[in-house]
Write a protein that binds this ligand. Sequence first.
Ligand SMILES: CC(C)CC(=O)SCCNC(=O)CCNC(=O)[C@H](O)C(C)(C)COP(=O)(O)OP(=O)(O)OC[C@H]1O[C@@H](n2cnc3c(N)ncnc32)[C@H](O)[C@@H]1OP(=O)(O)O
Ligand SMILES: O=C(O)CCC(=O)C(=O)O
Length: 414
Amino acid sequence: MERLGERLGERSAARLAAVLRHLSPRPAAAPAPVSIPTSAQVSVVPQSGRFCYTLDNDLLTTEQRQFYEDNGYLLIKNLVSDEDIERFRKEFWRICRREVKPPGIMIMKDESLRSQFGQSENVVNKVQDFQEDEELFRYCTLPEVLKYVECFTGPNIMAMHTMLINKLPDSDKQTFLHPMHQDLHYFPFRPASRIVCAWTAMERAHQDNGCLVVQPGTHRTALKPHGYPECEGKTNKLFHGLLDEDEKTPKVHLVMEKGDTVFFHPLLIHGSGINRTSGFRKSISCHFASSECHYIDVKNTTQEHLEKELQEMVCKKYDATSVELKTYGTSEHGLCKGKESTCRRLREEQDGERGPENELLLGKNTDPAWAGRIPFVDLCKGNLAKFCTAKFSMLIHNDSTELGQLMYVKGNLT
Ligand SMILES: CC(C)CC(=O)SCCNC(=O)CCNC(=O)[C@H](O)C(C)(C)COP(=O)(O)OP(=O)(O)OC[C@H]1O[C@@H](n2cnc3c(N)ncnc32)[C@H](O)[C@@H]1OP(=O)(O)O
Ligand SMILES: O=C(O)CCC(=O)C(=O)O
């Protein structure tokens, strides 16, 4: 196991070095930069040609491509059907009522209402990581969504992070505020331009109920330092915002009707305000990435403190001194589901057996049930992936394995 880990580790390090060499416009011998290292810098590389952020495709018009290039987002009206949205809504209710408990799902209550007993649409503000919920995950496989995603990621598409946000009527505590941020802060993989979020309004979203607010063009900037914003109310855990807001770039409120879908770049600065109405404001979204993306080490970058915060939380929660797979393996917490199977898989491999995912990785799994799937190993140490993003990756299209392989080899599989 150790040898395999080493071999894969070397391969991944070599590949990462090659990718970084390829991405970096600076010759290797040049002096190191003195600014705060930001992992996104490697991906914010000037590219030649007219379009850097969209790929050649026969779906987007030249105007639509140019709009995304200039602004970092593209709104498509009426993309997801009412019928699908109502099915997602019903599934959200079922999850709130605990009629279904999909493995790995994270149910988040608003901070100001956390002490309230029970779980309902009135207190749950987010359901995250719904990859094991067949009904909600249908969103990530809707052909009408994927055909747009492909224009940004290319044909090999992974669903990296899923959310159903239920913005509650504000309780005067302002905790439903989503501070201005760049999603790349949460993602330990690159390049940024092969990542895109699809965000669909589940009811009309407007300024009064806390629609998305974007700062057009900011996707052309680097990843900025994030942290907890200073505000009067309590903030939701892990809801980081820009430490220095960009005051110069105008903010645009994205008013959207039910079913409208916005695709946006992970460096686009965006957020959402509080919901001043008495109704809920729901949205369903997925961050997709090209399976050719690669993982990065966030050490010494602006993302490192998020990783530390996550690690500290886990260590505290599970009374552990270090974050290891086996720590989570025994937990009942949904968050840890992936880790348990990883543990098992690694143990199997140690014992000389191979789990189906390892077989798949080695190209030896011929079971048709696994056809088109990518091996997924949840990482144990040293990156954000385990909580935010890499808990799940599924190949939706074709069969490239770049991200999967790197996911497999990255991290300390001790
Ligand atoms: C691209 C994308 C990521 C963009 C965005 O969505 S930006 C926002 C990203 N952040 C998130 O999505 C956070 C998602 N939420 C979560 O992961 C979870 O709800 C957690 C915050 C980790 C809490 O998990 P949970 O299982 O409830 O854990 P515990 O009940 O043991 O609590 C652990 C410590 O966290 C605290 N906590 C839990 N929920 C909240 C909250 N809503 N606001 C503020 N603090 C909270 C809780 O009090 C506890 O604190 P301590 O007792 O350790 O001091
Ligand atoms: O839906 C919202 O209110 C905010 C969503 C958001 O900021 C995100 O998906 O990164």
